[in-house]
Design a binder for this molecule. Structure first.
Ligand SMILES: *[C@@H]1O[C@H](CO)[C@@H](O)[C@H](O)[C@H]1NC(C)=O
Ligand SMILES: *[C@@H]1O[C@H](CO)[C@@H](O)[C@H](O)[C@H]1NC(C)=O
Ligand SMILES: *[C@@H]1O[C@H](CO)[C@@H](O)[C@H](O)[C@H]1NC(C)=O
Length: 362
């Protein structure tokens, strides 16, 4: 028995893949944190920056662009698979730049679902800020191509959203910040999902229909969390909390798909994929998954600084710094996410037609 949620999800990826293969350009708008940022924080007074070596050492030309990786992000790799350029950072564009029609990346390191998350990084674009920026983009698109065409344009685009890691790592799990003391986890996850519901609804009001939400990975296994255990092992409790968040968001997505007209929101579950990579690194050609290549495993800081001592072979490490996967790991994760989704999208199993789905919801 296939659940409706999954069918809808595969349908969206099916649309993305079929549009891409029909030669029509997919337009994507990206919202997120340091896992998806491509350089917005370069323009901000932020402590969460990565536009210095050794970031980008394996990127084209060895340039530190503001990506929090030695090379590409998962989004870069998925864009390449869709045959499009990875969209540029919002803050690198003029408000009425023609490039906004081809897609924009609003992601900002340190950002979270909650406004308070990442407060100690000083400036960052929170998810609400990113949605406000998208509203401005939409106004600019209207001014360019007219109201009706603009509406069609934003309805057709695909919205990639990856948010929530910082609400845990740089908020709930930091004992010196308010949220961990103020809330039980039940209350916190409720606050996150109800806020997220409002944020999806606002994006929908601005015309977003096809949205893909990337669930959280096993945050209890990232180097900055492992160092909190005496033996350097994954924090089970953290992984349980993250899974609870993921399952609440899955339910939220199902509800929103029922209630928001024409909404086609997908929950992309990366948790099992990333956990398998961490538990069985050698199966994927890696050697080490319990410490970072940059050797900066601390629970605060944890970024790869110019005076860090890098590992000898960067393709042997799943983690680049204390928070972020390496370019090689991003390749594996992107491949596995994309393969499973496109396989389902092109499978001959009978699937309801898009028209049927849409009529279910009117
Ligand atoms: C975040 O702050 C903005 C004002 O800057 C406000 O409009 C919004 O409701 C706040 N969001 C949350 C989740 O508290
Ligand atoms: C990582 O795992 C290896 C092999 O199990 C172990 O020898 C090493 O001490 C671990 N490193 C850390 C930082 O926990
Ligand atoms: C780096 O590690 C990979 C994977 O183990 C291996 O295939 C490659 O030959 C290594 N490169 C060097 C320069 O040692």
């Amino acid at each position: 028995m296939v659940n409706l949620d999954q069918v809808l999800g595969f349908l969206i990826i099916g649309i993305v893949v079929s549009v891409a293969s029909a030669g029509e350009q997919v337009v994507t708008y990206v919202f997120g944190d340091s896992l998806t940022e491509v350089g917005n924080n370069n323009y901000l007074q932020s402590l969460a920056k990565s536009n210095f070596p050794f970031y980008g050492i394996d990127y084209e030309g060895g340039i530190a662009t503001g990506r929090f990786s030695n090379g590409r992000t998962i989004g870069d790799i998925i864009s390449a698979k869709l045959g499009i350029q990875s969209p540029p950072p919002y803050l690198s564009l003029k408000p009425n730049d023609d490039a906004i029609l081809k897609g924009v990346n609003y992601a900002s390191g340190g950002a979270g679902i909650l406004n308070d998350t990442g407060l100690y990084f000083i400036q960052r674009m929170t998810f609400d800020d990113q949605i406000n920026s998208f509203e401005k983009t939409k106004e600019a698109i209207k001014a360019k191509i007219g109201e009706e065409a603009a509406e069609k344009h934003v309805n057709k685009a695909v919205y990639f959203i990856g948010m929530g890691s910082n609400d845990y790592v740089n908020n709930f799990l930091q004992p010196f910040l308010a949220a961990g003391e103020q809330y039980t986890h039940d209350e916190f996850v409720e606050l996150l999902t109800s806020t997220l519901g409002e944020q999806f609804t606002r994006l929908h009001q601005f015309g977003a229909r096809k949205m893909v939400f990337h669930g959280l990975g096993p945050l209890g296994c990232i180097p900055s969390q492992r160092v909190k255990s005496t033996r350097g092992i994954c924090l089970k409790q953290v992984n349980l909390w993250v899974q609870e968040f993921n399952s609440k968001v899955k339910k939220l997505v199902a509800t929103l798909n029922k209630h928001l007209p024409y909404a086609q929101i997908t929950f992309a579950d990366t948790f099992p994929i990333v956990l398998d990579l961490i538990e069985n690194p050698t199966a994927y050609g890696f050697k080490i998954s319990n410490t970072s290549c940059c050797n900066v495993d601390t629970s605060v800081g944890g970024l790869c600084l110019p005076n860090s001592k890098l590992c000898k072979n960067r393709t042997e490490y799943v983690f680049w710094d204390a928070f972020h996967p390496s370019d090689a790991a991003n390749q594996v994760i992107a491949d596995r996410v994309f393969a499973s989704l496109s396989h389902e999208a092109s499978s001959p199993a009978p699937a309801p037609s898009p028209r049927k789905f849409l009529s279910l919801k009117t």
